[in-house]
Design a protein around this ligand. Structure first.
Ligand code: UDP
Length: 317
């Protein structure tokens, strides 16, 4: 297959690029590098089946030759990023999805949309099945991401129904692993860096809000299977093992031997979901997929990567 991955230099896009290259496919990674980082794909430069295109997916896309699949992963994806880049976030979800779908239609390629658990907003049903319509505040600070992704799902289904494009929608729950941006402000990079520096971990609010964390290799496997399936409705991909943010901080402190404990801060953004856990029944039935990596094992692979990055930057001895 010849595959275009938008956001190809990002955390998820770069791991997907690795997987498609490893499976013998040809990858064009497109990224405007506003939150992506060429370092994430530096090891693929020079590979004869890999090409990087620095391009903003909200501008007209021209690709020479055939394409078999378009995976649309471009977007600022952490609350800190999309609060700083609200208009780019709306544009990439709306205009970028339109351009990527238009390209897929033109090339007769399969289209896979990276959607998000944020389409469920601050959920009133727990855990969240794909049939839940969500509880999103359109005008709150998170609305720029949530509504862009909801629009992106609607547009994807419209291209499927009206133009017959073969489309897939993955709703991605909190994912972590090597290559997350150090300064993206999310809970995993923040907590691991604080713990490695032996600083107190900043728990926002009372830490009773929950998240369910999946390791990046599980997400990549789910996306790979979904692309190769013939299933058009959205599929949740996430690890249902749910923890409070306070428990999560304690796990990181234990794994890093951080003696500094936690510090509670009144920093929760408006509409920060109180709970989040995927119902993954559908992924099991349709893709025969379930997460394989425990939180302990995933963090054991992620913490050393952050340590190396901090050492490289001279921020840790
Ligand atoms: N959070 C925290 N301390 C931090 C960063 C985040 O307690 O230093 C909390 C945040 O308030 C939220 C949860 O961790 O409840 C997950 O936040 P994240 O930014 O990772 O993404 P989200 O899951 O909200 O999209």
């Amino acid at each position: 297959m010849r595959v275009l991955i938008t956001g190809g230099a990002g955390f998820l896009g770069s791991h997907l690029s690795d997987r498609f290259i490893a499976e013998g496919h040809t990858v064009i990674a497109m990224d405007n590098l506003i939150t992506g980082n060429a370092q994430n794909i530096a090891h693929l430069f020079g590979h004869d089946r890999f090409r990087f295109m620095k391009h903003d997916v909200t501008d007209y896309i021209h690709i020479d030759g055939a394409l078999d699949a378009v995976l649309h992963f471009a977007s600022p994806a952490s609350p800190v990023d999309y609060l700083e880049l609200p208009i780019q976030t709306l544009k990439v979800g709306a205009l970028g999805t339109h351009k990527a779908l238009g390209l897929a239609k033109e090339k007769n390629a399969r289209f896979l949309l990276a959607s998000t658990s944020e389409v469920y907003g601050d959920p009133q049903i727990h855990p969240q099945p794909e049939s839940y319509y969500g509880h999103v505040n359109p005008i709150g600070p998170r609305g720029v991401y949530d509504e862009a992704k909801r629009f992106a799902e609607a547009l994807t289904m419209a291209y499927h129904r009206s133009h017959g494009v073969q489309t897939r929608i993955v709703r991605i729950f909190n994912t972590y692993g090597p290559r997350m941006r150090l300064l993206d402000g999310r809970v995993v990079p923040n907590f691991i860096q604080q713990a490695l520096r032996h600083e107190p971990i900043t728990v926002y609010g009372d830490g009773s809000q929950t998240r369910s964390f999946q390791y990046v290799s599980d997400l990549v496997e789910g996306v790979y299977r979904l692309l190769h399936s013939d299933y058009t409705d959205p599929v949740n991909i996430g690890n249902p093992q749910e923890r409070t943010i306070l428990q999560f901080a304690e796990v990181i402190n234990a794994l890093t031997g951080n003696p500094a404990g936690v510090i509670k801060q009144d920093m929760r953004t408006q509409d920060d979901p109180q709970v989040r856990q995927p119902d993954i029944t559908r992924a099991g039935q349709v893709l025969n997929w379930s997460p394989q990596v425990s939180l302990h094992d995933g963090l054991t692979q992620t913490i050393p990567w952050f340590r190396e990055e901090l050492i490289k930057r001279g921020e840790l001895a």
